[in-house]
Design a protein. Sequence first.
Length: 449
Amino acid sequence: MEDPDLDPSIQVLAILLNTFTGPVTPGIVAGMLIMLLLLVLSAAISGSEIAFFSLNPGQLNELRNDHGKSSQLIMHLLERPKRLLATILIANNFVNVAIVIISSFIMAGLFDFSASPLLGFLAQVIIVTALILLFGEIMPKIYATQNAITTAHFMARPMLIMRKIFYPISSLLVKSTAIIDKRIAHKGHNISIDDLSEALDLTTTDNSTPEEERKILKGIVKFGDITVREIMRPRIDVTTVEDKTPYNILVASILDSGYSRIPVYHDNFDNVTGIIYIKDLLPFLNEDNNFEWQKLQRPAFFVPENKRINDLLQEFQVKKIHMAVAVDEYGGTSGIVTLEDILEEIVGEINDEFDSESDAIHFSKIDDNNYIFEGKTLLNDFCKVLNIEDRIFAEAKGESDTLAGLILELAGKIPEPNEKFQFEQYVFQAETVDKRRIKRIRVKIVNPS
């Protein structure tokens, strides 16, 4: 009879003792020894999985440069990682199944659970599972994580032997997974820029990543989705010279602008004939007004305004140039884009001793929730100032790329002075307006998060 006042664990132990039949025969002892060896083997195989696949680039480079047999054997195994993983999984499963079978033999020889078969089943499952998890999985993987190279060296040759033994089965497994891989690859993974940006926010929320590094990482994520039109200097702000300009006026314009490359046009800016490089003029500074400086022009590089800047950066590198003229679908000149403009999308504003305040983003900060911007401010720059994602204006802005263009899209007309428009938590007020464009805009943030 069971005493109801006894602890349940003591009651279970008492039941197990009552079901013990004994004796401990040589066969039982041999089974225990084999089970112990199998647990050690399971631990070694489980540890090798972590060891081989957790080697960092520095450790792999160290092994690659080490000409020892063990190091070269590790690199040989890692050349075919799928087969190595298949071998580890197959071997581990074989060992664990053998442990279960032998444990059943030992339990049947030592205990009689005919009166309580459910208890016998639970006892065997709990004991065997605990042994495999603790000694065959958890402990060896913790050790292998901290001693990856040592474990990899120790298991390199045994793993090569197991790979040969299980080669037919692992081949079948690798080929079957290859079919699945092809189907997955065929479907593809459509990861949006927003998904990447949100993932970056999640992984850099701790203080270990400096703010500047986070900005650079976000710039890299968005880099391939930005077009020339979003970062170019619009034509009304471009310093240009006409090809009929006298030499002395050209030099004066160059000194006044401070730029090292200036587009040259014939009759109007839609007919750009080339780019004049200031360094090409240096040997001819003392020439008179009859000097034919036009012959020093270099060919202009034209790009469509909807070109991705990551592609343009590659073309800049190949052609070894720093400036391109952006054109619209009708062939008219939209503006210019430089290598500096592209790089600033990754690293932020780049200013040198020659940059003037006119080159900066034009805005005034009244307080944390109120700003005044010039209408020509690019939406890209507006979002940088407010430290917000530009995707929130993706649908509302239409084809526009400036703050004034956004207001025109929202209003559907040229607004009246001081007319207000709200989009989400931003209230835009057209402060200065003429008949053709919006010059200044007041921005108020309502209900800031």
